[in-house]
Design a protein around this ligand. Structure first.
Ligand SMILES: [Zn+2]
Length: 349
């Protein structure tokens, strides 16, 4: 037995004999708070966990919050991501903004939540999932501003609203993606009846914009009702960080911050004008099957143009689907499996 072999053997024995090391807890140095109070914070970056609505185990959900407090007073911009728990792109956008913006050169406050729906994030699901009723699923983005005396999802929404949203911001960009099995380009929902929201939509430099009054219970409409201009920013597909789109979304938010004079530099007009519409139609399946989509995002389409073909399990054609009107392709199915009534193509006009 050589000395070297003996040393190696002793080291191996020592490794097995060593006591279990405590697991490192990422972010364990982050303070846990019940409410974000950005106004009183000094210049710099501040990370918090917002404690939200206790679970059945008695433990609270911890929602990450990043505050960049500028050296000078100015606008307070709120960026919220993943209220739909599988729509992850906005989380990456927030992380890049937090890493890249120096609070010493910032005017105002950037308040960012990279993960509003923690139970949805954990489960890889759009919805808030509660233990009640063998797992109720609630769309938090139809539940805002929540209800303090409501069910678990409504209380969670209310804790978010009162803990990190209401009274904290002057402008809001709520970050989303299309739902699972489908894709958007870079796309903004905005209510043009509010001139500031309209300008925000263009400043984000998306491929497409839909002007509409929004749906009840969303982050966007809840802020708009309380007098805060807000838009919904859709960044491609769920369940991924696509650098091409997250970089463009990041740059759009930087552009919006320049317009708001939060950071220096001139707001740029977009390199390419977005396609703007005020309505869209969903082309949906009549029965279940496997779809081949014949158009791509942003394609112009004419009325009657072939959009999709549906096949049965043997590859036999079931049906073809055509454009009901002219417009541009806003969304396509990326998952070929289509249930009856599922979207194949969405056309903006
Ligand atoms: Zn969404």
């Amino acid at each position: 037995m050589t000395i070297r072999y003996l040393i190696a053997l002793l080291a191996l024995a020592a490794a097995f004999a060593a006591p279990a090391r405590a697991a490192a807890v990422p972010g364990k140095d982050v303070p846990v708070v019940d409410k974000i109070e950005a106004a009183g914070l000094p210049t710099g970056r501040h990370d918090f966990y917002l404690s939200v609505a206790a679970r059945a185990s008695g433990q609270p959900y911890l929602v990450p919050v990043i505050v960049l407090k500028g050296a000078e007073p100015g606008l307070r911009l709120g960026l919220f991501a993943a209220i739909h728990g599988d729509e992850l792109a906005g989380i990456r956008v927030i992380h890049e903004l937090a890493a890249g913006i120096d609070p010493k050169t910032l005017k105002g406050t950037l308040l960012m939540v990279p993960g509003l729906n923690q139970p949805g994030l954990e489960a890889g699901n759009r919805h808030f999932i509660s233990g009640s009723g063998s797992g109720f699923r609630t769309d938090l983005n139809r539940t805002m501003p929540g209800e303090m005396k409501g069910d678990a999802a409504e209380r969670y929404a209310a804790d978010l609203w009162h803990g990190v949203m209401a009274g904290q911001v002057d402008r809001v960009v709520d970050l989303h993606t299309q739902t699972r099995g489908t894709a958007y380009p870079l796309f903004v929902f905005a209510d043009f009846s509010n001139a500031v929201a309209r300008q925000m939509a263009f400043d984000l430099m998306p491929d497409m914009i839909k002007n509409d009054p929004g749906e009840g219970g969303t982050v966007e409409t809840t802020f708009m009702k309380s007098g805060i201009p807000a838009v919904t920013f859709e960044i491609g597909m769920p369940e991924r960080f696509d650098p091409a789109l997250t970089t463009r979304a990041h740059d759009g938010i930087i552009n919006l911050m320049r317009r708001a004079e939060m950071i220096t530099g001139r707001a740029m007009p977009p390199a390419r004008q977005p396609i703007v519409g005020s309505s869209y139609s969903n082309v949906t399946t009549d029965e279940g099957g496997l779809a081949v989509i014949h158009v791509a995002l942003l394609d112009p389409v004419k009325q009657g143009q072939l959009l999709a073909t549906l096949y049965d399990p043997f590859g036999r054609e079931i049906a073809t689907y055509r454009a009901p009107h002219e417009g541009h392709v806003l969304s396509v199915a990326t998952d070929p499996r289509r249930e009856p009534g599922a979207m194949l193509v969405r056309i903006l006009r």
